[in-house]
Design a binder for this molecule. Structure first.
Ligand SMILES: [Mn+2]
Length: 329
């Protein structure tokens, strides 16, 4: 849990700021998008100028959280433009790792604005002047919610919806072990504040494009089971993206599908990037700490959900992870 004095420091930082830049990790997920959307609305209501920034595009199924398209670094804005805007507060949500902030870490080094980090990951590079680091929080959005409660700032209907998305997605719609009374208690309050779970569920999970569904079918047909069915490996090549018409962001959470197989304790999804690197996402049912495997290759994450980059080609990356699974599972 975050200490009262840390909340107080964060509140002071926010209160004295005027121009705030908010960002998050590469490949923003529901927690990242929900937390940014909630903080933007909050800061606007407090009379601040807010600039949300993502390092790769917001997936289309989180677009409903934002009134306007969120600025993407390098696509819509360059680092030089950001420097010219002279922010007096930088907020980083859902990560505290330079490896998750490509290019933006350069900007951070040259900026003298104070940094507020709101994060719940195990790995930390200590990027913040003030940090709300709470590893027991199910989502960064839960810490944002507790910050608002602590400060007495209003939880409006759209803030409630955004924070519900953050918590619901980071708990796998309340399936993971981080679903507890603290998580559900916060969600109950968010529902009272206007979040509508049925609408949110439809927006998040019944909203596939046909291209994304085709990509899922291709991914599922690549499935291989190893170690008596305990380890499931799947892959997606650049060709798969071209043939299905899907984008990289369309892969989010698809890996979880193979955990419907009863024997599967851990899984990996290998995605071939344009530059030849392989992005490996890892999941476990909890018996194996997959963040240890990710860490070994320079990545990070949580016990049940982690990721890393691996050298290509695909077969090489798959072999590296299979060896790890053989010794650990
Ligand atoms: Mn998160």
């Amino acid at each position: 849990m975050t200490s009262s004095s840390d909340f107080q420091k964060a509140i002071e930082l926010v209160k004295k700021s005027e121009r705030v830049l908010i960002t998050t990790h590469l490949k923003p997920d529901g927690d990242a998008c929900g937390s940014i959307a909630a903080l933007c609305e909050l800061l606007n209501s407090l009379g601040k100028k807010v600039r949300p920034l993502v390092l790769s595009p917001v997936p289309q199924w989180y677009a409903f959280l934002f009134a306007e398209k969120v600025t993407v670094l390098d696509e819509d804005v360059r680092l030089e433009d950001l420097r010219a805007e002279r922010f007096d507060l930088i907020i980083i949500v859902d990560t505290n790792s330079t490896s998750q902030l490509p290019q933006f870490d350069e900007y951070l080094k040259q900026s003298d604005a104070p940094v507020l980090v709101i994060d719940h990951h195990e790995t930390s590079d200590g990027l913040g002047d003030v940090e709300l680091n709470d590893r027991s929080a199910a989502a960064a959005g839960l810490i944002v919610f507790e910050l608002l409660r602590h400060a007495g700032w209003a939880v409006t209907e759209s803030i409630a919806r955004a924070l519900f998305v953050a918590i619901a997605t980071d708990t796998g719609w309340f399936q993971f072990s981080n679903t507890n009374s603290r998580t559900l208690g916060a969600c109950a309050e968010l529902i009272d504040a206007g979040a509508r779970p049925m609408d949110i569920y439809a927006n998040l999970y019944q909203n596939f494009s046909h291209a994304r569904f085709r990509l899922m079918v291709v991914m599922l047909s690549s499935l291989e089971l190893h170690l008596d069915g305990r380890y499931a490996a799947m892959q997606l090549t650049q060709r798969d993206f071209q043939q299905t018409g899907a984008a990289l962001g369309d892969t989010e959470s698809l890996i979880n599908e193979c955990h419907r197989i009863g024997t599967v304790k851990a899984s990996a999804l290998f995605i071939e990037f344009k530059d030849g690197r392989i992005r490996c996402s890892l999941r476990s049912r909890g018996g194996l700490d997959v963040s240890q495997i990710a860490l070994k290759f320079g990545g990070g994450g949580h016990t049940m959900s982690a990721g890393t980059f691996l050298p290509g080609p695909l077969e090489n990356a798959r072999e590296l992870v299979l060896k790890e699974m053989q010794t650990r599972l």
